[in-house]
Write a protein that binds this ligand. Structure first.
Ligand code: IMP
Length: 214
């Protein structure tokens, strides 16, 4: 079974004043939870694991927007480097799907999936690239749509999975980090569209949640 780098409940992250945070978010951030450098180092290893398993056949990398775009770009850069420098290489094509399942820091009832023509998946090895899995509800909804397109194989990589009580036990094939049940932002993860433009994965102050609430 896949496992990620585990961050325990008692690991509260790092003092934000020791990192570069954009001025416009300085007041909003409580702690830096996963620094950008660590995200990239872990992503490099995920790329290697993925290529070892899937690297013998054309891969369609499917980015789950919006939250997955940073991880997707960095993961593909590492995969391209392996393709460039290894003994063998495979073509990678990309596709995008947009899903919205959160409002403020809570899940919404309705999961909307947009941009799902995805006609090129038939018979292909598909790698779904997601930012975070909490209950697994969003991923299960997406996977059931993707299976209709009859791909040869589907693998899921998620940068983060949250260890929550409500988790039905869905685990992706590749996991970056396993984190406690905290709401996190940054590295393209948002709170009502804010904080995607933050390099590190961070924990918000409660008053920031009020400030950006809709
Ligand atoms: P699930 O359906 O419960 O697995 O939730 C997954 C989706 O919820 C992700 O694709 C994110 O959009 C969103 N999400 C869950 N937790 C967080 C978080 O801590 N920060 C930002 N978005 C989150």
């Amino acid at each position: 079974m896949a496992c990620g780098l585990q961050i325990k409940d008692e690991d509260s992250g790092y003092n934000k004043n020791l990192f570069c945070i954009p001025k416009h978010y300085e007041e909003d951030i409580e702690r830096v939870f996963i620094p950008h450098g660590l995200i990239l180092d872990r992503t490099e290893r995920l790329a290697r694991d993925i290529m070892q398993d899937m690297g013998s056949h054309h891969i369609v990398a499917l980015c789950v927007l919006k939250g997955g775009y940073k991880f997707f770009a960095d993961l593909l850069d590492h995969i391209k480097a392996l393709n460039q420098n290894g003994d063998k290489s495979v073509p990678i094509t990309v596709d995008f799907v947009r899903i919205k399942s959160y409002c403020n820091d809570s899940p919404t009832q309705k999961i909307s999936i947009v941009g799902e023509e995805l006609s090129a998946l038939n018979g292909k090895n598909v790698l779904v690239v997601e930012d975070i899995i909490e209950t697994g509800r969003t991923m299960k909804a997406l996977l059931s749509k993707l299976k209709d397109k009859e791909p040869k194989m589907i693998r899921v990589v998620s940068l983060l999975i949250k260890m929550t009580n409500q988790s039905p036990g869905y685990r992706p094939d590749y996991i970056g980090f396993e984190i406690p049940d905290k709401f996190v932002v940054g590295y393209a993860l948002d709170y009502n569209e804010y904080f995607r433009d933050l390099n590190h994965i961070c924990i918000l102050k409660e008053k920031a949640k009020e400030k950006y609430k809709i």
